[in-house]
Write a new protein. Structure first.
Length: 190
């Protein structure tokens, strides 16, 4: 399913990005190299590239690209992209505070109180006779293989931090593909 938004590839200030399963998010396309990711967001932002720790020998070397809004390089990255040597760009995380908005059939996914998002997903499923799913941490989100909903502490509230993904080398599911930095993200950020 294509996520519908007002902007096709991201507004100049990064307010709203569209997502297409197995294709990408905003100006980013799954399979891109590190250089292609940096070039794709260059007009919108500043980037910082670093190596990811290799916690699983199954996966090829991976890089993390932090994408900061043009005027806010000292803040949290709006988007964090993960690029594997074997498959290219495979994961894009939208920050709960500074990230671009992405909607699923009109439901905002980024920066939401997780209990409110769950209520919206239940109402959506009932109204459309559709499905939604919970991740292993209990976060509700769209029934889309390419979306893993995560929580990010913001003050005293846990907010939604969606990961838009495809599987990476040697993994069976998106959950298996999730970068280890994202497993710990909810515990390390405040």
């Amino acid at each position: 399913m294509t996520f519908t938004t007002a902007a096709d590839s991201g507004a100049a200030d990064g307010d709203e990005w569209s997502y297409a399963a197995t294709v990408g998010l905003g100006p980013l396309r799954f399979g891109m190299t590190v250089d292609e990711v940096v070039a794709a967001v260059q007009a919108l932002s500043q980037t910082k590239v670093s190596d990811c720790a290799r916690h699983h020998k199954l996966f090829s070397p991976t890089w993390k690209i932090e994408v900061h809004r043009q005027r806010a390089a000292s803040c949290l990255p709006a988007v964090t992209a993960y690029v594997s040597q074997a498959v290219g760009l495979f994961c894009i995380a939208a920050d709960a505070v500074t990230g671009p908005q992405v909607k699923y059939d009109g439901i905002p996914l980024v920066g939401r109180d997780l209990s409110e998002l769950e209520s919206d997903m239940i109402a959506y499923a009932e109204a459309k006779d559709a499905y939604f799913r919970y991740n292993v941490d209990g976060c509700a989100g769209p029934d889309d293989r390419g979306v893993v909903m995560c929580g990010q502490p913001v003050g005293q509230v846990l907010r939604s931090r969606p990961l838009f993904m495809v599987t990476r080398d040697g993994a069976n599911t998106e959950w298996d593909s999730m970068p280890s930095e994202e497993y710990r993200h909810g515990q390390s950020q405040t």
